[in-house]
Design a protein around this ligand. Structure first.
Ligand code: ADP
Ligand code: MG
Length: 440
């Protein structure tokens, strides 16, 4: 299948609130735009009727949307595409408390309120059961990036839990990988959910024992899918991955008055999110050929999920509250910027070398049988098509010699291999004659 261009899809999800400011936030009739009005009526006691307004066009505005309907709008297609061999990324962006983790992971104690990750796991394992003509393997990893340090949320090794330098983002022609990150296979939905919950627990433990603030870290849950055909003995198979990303809170904290840990976190977060934004702006600008992915661990790890061969969806989580309107505006700006980015999703096809060798061996046996049948139909005596051995080569050599000396007029023509060896022996003898001349 040829590569097709695709735009990044951006959605906004509004967190339900009792005091929704209807005069400030208005949705378009098609639920694809959102308008923000800030009426600065009273400014230092002076009445000012000037209205400030912004309009944002997106792929969908999700308000009062159930977890189920969010999944249908945001994730279902992307997951089916991943099962067909396309990479996919879903990212939640927004200020702390706006509903990123609720959208991505959901309420763990309530089935109805489970988020995108457990639903994606369910969809993948349903497909594993339903697609009986495919043998699908599923693996997963859970990476946390905190203050530019990588943490393996599924590791059983204590040093990975406390962040270790043996993990690194590395690039191969096939894509970006995190070296040292554990990737576990899951054969059932339950195994996969257990891994997710283990990761969630480790995230909380890290929060307490390492004094990490999880709203200041980025989490990337990755599902790796490999699909081999059960019907065709084809060596070709597809391998895709899906990144489900819960980004750190985007609020600009710690500008004034913060110190120590909080300031450090804020600096890292501000940096990595603004590098994400810079990478996105560079991607959207077709005139720029350099995109600064390596500036932060987050953009580096997401390199092939943002610009490259990938279906990408962004969910901007916002509060539907007047007090948060500045952060809401900044999240909506980010979301519209994402929509400018073009990606080129393509099926990730690979070859299984063992299966390829087996297939070729089968093919050769079959062709030999065809030849034998062909020979017997045209009444040729049994011809051996195997590679020539030393004795046969020596025999050809002496035949060529006799031919050159005039002792015989005929050279047997048996098969292509033998003809090639005749020419080769001509060359051998000629070289020998030349070197003799030089000696004389
Ligand atoms: P974030 O991860 O962006 O910091 P959370 O997902 O933790 O925010 O959400 C903060 C709180 O709001 C949580 O208690 C969560 O259950 C609740 N919440 C967020 N979005 C919704 C929603 N759409 N419907 C109901 N509750 C929500
Ligand atoms: Mg969160």
């Amino acid at each position: 299948m040829s590569a097709k261009e695709n735009k990044v899809h951006a959605f906004v999800r509004v967190k339900p609130t009792a005091n929704f400011p209807e005069d400030m936030i208005k949705y378009g009739p098609d639920n694809k735009s959102i308008d923000i009005y800030i009426r600065r009526d009273i400014k230092k006691g002076v009445v000012n009727n000037k209205q400030t307004d912004w309009s944002f066009k997106l792929d969908g505005v999700l308000h009062n949307a159930s977890q189920d309907s969010v999944y249908d709008a945001v994730a279902r297609d992307l997951v089916s595409q991943a099962l067909n061999g396309y990479n996919g990324t879903i990212m939640c962006y927004g200020q702390t408390g706006a509903g990123k983790t609720y959208t991505m992971t959901g309420a763990t104690e309530s089935y109805k309120h489970r988020g995108i990750i457990p639903r994606a796991i369910q969809q993948v394992f349903r497909a594993v059961e339903e697609r009986i003509d495919q043998s699908i393997t599923v693996r997963m990893s859970y990476l946390e990036i905190y203050n530019e340090t990588l943490f393996d949320l599924l590791s059983t090794m204590p040093h990975d839990m406390s962040g270790d330098t043996h993990m690194a983002v590395v690039e191969y022609p096939q894509g970006v990988f995190v070296k040292g990150l554990s990737i576990y296979p899951a054969s059932h939905e339950e195994d996969a959910l257990n891994l997710l919950f283990e990761g969630e627990t480790n995230r909380i433990i890290g929060e307490h024992t390492l004094n990490k603030n999880s709203s200041r870290s980025h989490c990337i849950f990755t599902i790796y899918i490999e699909s081999h055909s059960r019907i065709l003995s084809d060596a070709k198979y597809t391998a895709s991955k899906m990144n489900l990303v819960d980004l750190a809170g985007s609020e600009r904290v710690g500008k004034t008055g913060s110190e120590g840990q909080v300031l450090k976190e804020a600096t890292y977060i501000n940096k990595s999110l603004s590098f994400l934004e810079q990478a996105i702006i560079a991607l959207a600008d077709r005139k720029r050929d350099h995109v600064p992915f390596r500036q932060s661990k987050l953009t580096h790890a997401l390199k092939d999920s943002l610009g490259g061969n990938c279906n990408t969806v962004l969910v901007a989580n916002i509060y539907g509250e007047a007090a948060q309107i500045e952060e809401t505006l900044s999240s909506l700006r980010f979301a519209t910027r994402m929509k400018w980015v073009t990606t080129e999703p393509a099926i990730n096809e690979k070859y299984d070398p063992e299966r390829m060798v087996k297939n070729l061996e089968k093919e050769i046996t079959l062709l030999k049988q065809e030849l034998a049948m062909h020979d017997s139909l045209v009444n040729r005596s049994l011809v051996n098509y195997d590679p020539l051995n030393e004795i046969q080569i020596a025999e050809i050599n002496s035949q060529v010699r006799r031919y050159l000396e005039g002792a015989t007029d005929d050279i047997d023509i048996m098969n292509i291999r033998q003809i090639q060896e005749v020419f080769n022996q001509f060359k051998v003898i000629l070289r020998q004659a030349w070197s003799m001349q030089r000696v004389i």
